[in-house]
Ligand binder design. Structure first.
Ligand code: R5P
Length: 294
């Protein structure tokens, strides 16, 4: 048998996946003790031979989510199940290597811990560190990256009511948007200023000269502080373009969603993280992947 165990912050998405895949949700208790510690119990203590798809997005409060995920994988394993971690949004994916001496390798810690606990597979949705769709090895665990890009494009078409030019807000979006024809990638440059004897700089987004008067859809894998997307939206708007913006993972920290609403005619993301602009559901693509793996 195959069952789904939702993360306590991923119940809506997990229910949609269960409905679409025809699988049962297994009851789970999660308690947060007054001192901040977490407790997880799977109510079915005999999962012998069952595939257990733990659907747990890792935002907001990523550290709490990670502990809940790890405890759930352990509980599933102890109950005799075969745990598969389904991470719609995978936190710590940006520390995907040691950039500076002395740093921790956060992503490897995630992978090695999941492996040690007995996760048999990990399924990601548009993982930041792995920009290609398909199978790969995640620190010793078989993993798959599935993409919501087609869903974002379909929604963008509906929203802009017609043709649009797809824009990558910077070079960093190249791998996420690779495979799409006619994408315009913006560039960034440092603009230096001397004021009161002090030299400082700001990052300026460079828009190609022929990008004006168009309808554009800026797409990125994630929006966090929003600097990348806001810079691109402002620069494109300044040139008379109609601007729409979308991403997979909408973290929207530091009020960036409100700022983006002011700079665009429409802003949307998927429900890998539940936000007020999660217009695109990834439940269908997760359900398809689970059906293939169950
Ligand atoms: C970078 O590689 C990513 O694709 C995003 O462009 C970036 O993480 C967005 O961050 P922020 O919203 O803070 O500019």
């Amino acid at each position: 048998m195959t069952i789904i165990v939702p993360g306590s912050n991923t119940k809506k998405l997990a229910s949609a996946v269960a409905r679409l895949s025809g699988l049962k949700i297994a009851p789970k208790t999660v308690i947060k003790f007054p001192d901040g510690e977490s407790y997880v119990r799977l109510m079915d203590s005999d999962l012998s031979g069952h595939k257990v798809f733990i659907i747990q997005t890792l935002y907001p409060k990523q550290n709490d989510c990670i502990i809940e995920l790890m405890l759930t994988v352990d509980a599933a394993k102890r109950a005799g199940g075969k745990p598969v971690a389904v991470l719609p949004y995978a936190a710590y994916a940006r520390q995907d290597k040691v950039f500076e001496k002395g740093e921790a390798f956060s992503l490897e810690v995630m992978g090695r811990t999941l492996k040690t606990l007995g996760a048999e597979m990990v399924i990601f949705v548009d993982a930041h560190f792995h920009r290609k769709v398909g199978a790969f090895d995640f620190f010793g665990i078989p993993a798959r990256n599935i993409s919501s890009l087609d869903l974002l494009l379909d929604y963008g078409k509906k929203l802009s009511k017609g043709k649009f030019t797809i824009v990558g807000p910077d070079k960093g979006s190249e791998s996420f948007l690779s495979g799409l024809d006619g994408v315009v990638f913006l560039d960034k440059k440092k603009k230096f200023e001397d004021r009161d004897g002090k030299r400082s700089y700001r990052i300026e987004t460079i828009v190609p000269t022929d990008m004006n008067g168009k309808t554009v859809l800026i797409l990125d894998d994630m929006i966090s502080g929003g600097g990348t997307m806001i810079g691109a939206a402002k620069a494109l708007k300044k040139k008379g373009n109609r601007v729409f913006a979308g991403c997979v993972h909408g973290l929207f920290v530091s009020g960036s969603l409100e700022k983006l609403k002011n700079e665009t005619e429409g802003i949307f993301c998927t429900d890998t993280i539940e936000t007020e602009v999660s217009e695109v559901s990834v439940a269908g693509i997760i359900a398809e992947e689970i059906k293939r793996k169950k």
